[in-house]
Every structure is written in structure tokens, then in C-alpha cells.
Design a protein around this ligand. Structure first.
Ligand code: SF4
Ligand code: SF4
Length: 240
């Protein structure tokens, strides 16, 4: 996003709408720090500019910068996955997709939300460790499409410095790998220059208990269970 300085009257009405605080208001001039802007389009859609000074320059649509809006603007369709917004169905559709089966756990890491955004370089610090443990990153996840072909967990170099509003990393592992996975990954998250929400996906046991809760408590983690109940609107396509 950019501000046309010939049209801007410095009213600052757009400033509070930016989720990553990159609209800078000096004494008279208002400008956008384009390196920090994630191209979410919120300031534009707020429709508060009295002079139409906010605009998307053609550079916003050119690669590698174009990935910013694909991971930040809910009105932009992801080109590879045809989903809108930030482009992942996540585990909440597991009743239908069967991504995470019995005897497995899914780990979801959501980077950058709320309100900070993240560089791909921060996510890459985690994807490299995930791959070093030989866990497969879900292929139907938009972040997967940014990975280098050697599958080392590095992103293609042209994307590493791009900034996005949020990105969700999903991968699965066997139940007996839980402790190793969490002990390696969680300390890493504390050192990242962004915020991360961590979700662990599991199925109910046949007796409706959630056995993983005790395992997590035993390794010192606070657990806040959330359940999604399929009321029949989605039909399972895979049984795992
Ligand atoms: S497009 Fe989003 S990130 Fe960029 S200046 Fe506008 S509100 Fe801020
Ligand atoms: S709302 Fe428009 S005129 Fe007011 S500071 Fe923002 S860009 Fe400038």
C-alpha cells in the first residue's frame, strides 16, 4: 500500500486501522513504511481517506512481494490452493479431511497473529527444525508452496524477507514422538521475533476422554481444550 503525497491532507484517519502499525504520522506528513506493510488492505477498505490518497502500486502485485497479500488479505485468493484469505482450512476440518488420524497428533503453529505479522525468516527457523526431525509439512498448506525444493525446511531465498500478517504451519507425527517434538520446538518459539499460537490436534478416545491432556500436563504445559463437533454438515472423505 502506498499514500499519494499529492493527495494526502495529513488527517491521520487511516493511521489506527493498520494492524501492524506501519502507517507513520510525522508532524504533517503521513507515510507507509513499505518494508513493514503486509498488504492486508485494511486501511484501504476502511474507506476513511477523504481524498482517495491510499492506493496499491503495481509493485504490490509483483513477486515476491505479491505473497504478502496472499497471506494477509482475506479478499485475495491463494493462487495454488484456491482458498481465500490466509489460505488454510487447518485442523478444524479434520472430521472431513482426516488429516490427523488415530495414533497421530497434529501440530499447528500460527505465526504473527494477533497484530504483529511475521517475516518468513522467522517461520523458516521453525520449518528447518521440523524437517531436521523428519516431520512432513502438510502439502495442502500455503506455506508449503514457498519451501525450497531440497526440502531442508528453507524457504526459496526470494521469499525469506517478505512479511505477512499470519501464516499457519501444520504437520503431524506419531504419538510416541510428542515429547521430543515439543521439547525441541517450544523453546525455539520463545526466541522468535513474532507471536506464535500453538495448537495440538487429537481425536477423542473411544471413551470420550482426551488422553493427551495428561501427557501435556506431565511435561509442564497448560492445556485449554477446544472441541469441534461435526453436526453432519461435512461428510468424511477419508477415514484414518
Ligand atoms: S495495507 Fe495493511 S499493513 Fe499496509 S499500511 Fe494498510 S493496513 Fe497497514
Ligand atoms: S486518511 Fe488519507 S488523507 Fe488522511 S492521512 Fe491517511 S492517506 Fe492521508
Amino acid at each position: 500500500m502506498r499514500i499519494d503525497s499529492d493527495k494526502c491532507v495529513g488527517c491521520k484517519a487511516c493511521v489506527p486501522y493498520c494492524p501492524v502499525l506501519c502507517i507513520k504520522a510525522e508532524e504533517k506528513a503521513v507515510s507507509i513504511d513499505e518494508d513493514e506493510c503486509v498488504e492486508c488492505g485494511v486501511c484501504f477498505r476502511a474507506d476513511v481517506c477523504p481524498t482517495g490518497a491510499l492506493f496499491m502500486p503495481k509493485e504490490s502485485f509483483e513477486y515476491p512481494r505479491a505473497i504478502r497479500m496472499q497471506f494477509s488479505d482475506p479478499g485475495v485468493q491463494h493462487p495454488n490452493f484456491k482458498s481465500w484469505g490466509r489460505g488454510t482450512e487447518e485442523a478444524k476440518t479434520n472430521d472431513v479431511t482426516g488429516k490427523f488420524g488415530r495414533g497421530e497428533y497434529g501440530l499447528l503453529l500460527e505465526f504473527g497473529r494477533p497484530g504483529t505479522g511475521t517475516r518468513l525468516s522467522e517461520i523458516e527457523k521453525v520449518t528447518k527444525v521440523v524437517r531436521s526431525m523428519n516431520f512432513d509439512i502438510m502439502e495442502d498448506n500455503p506455506l508449503y508452496g514457498l519451501l525450497a525444493e531440497d526440502m531442508s525446511g528453507s524457504f526459496k531465498p526470494e521469499y525469506v524477507n517478505e512479511k505477512i500478517l499470519s501464516g499457519i504451519l501444520e504437520f503431524r507425527f506419531e504419538e510416541n514422538e510428542l515429547e521430543e517434538a515439543l521439547k525441541k520446538l517450544l523453546p525455539l518459539l520463545d526466541d522468535l521475533d513474532t507471536v506464535v499460537s500453538v495448537g495440538l490436534v487429537t481425536r477423542f478416545a473411544d471413551d470420550s476422554s482426551i488422553p493427551v491432556i495428561d501427557k501435556l500436563k506431565n511435561i509442564g504445559l497448560i492445556v485449554r481444550p477446544n472441541a469441534k463437533i461435526n453436526v453432519g454438515l461435512g461428510r468424511p472423505v477419508i477415514e484414518r
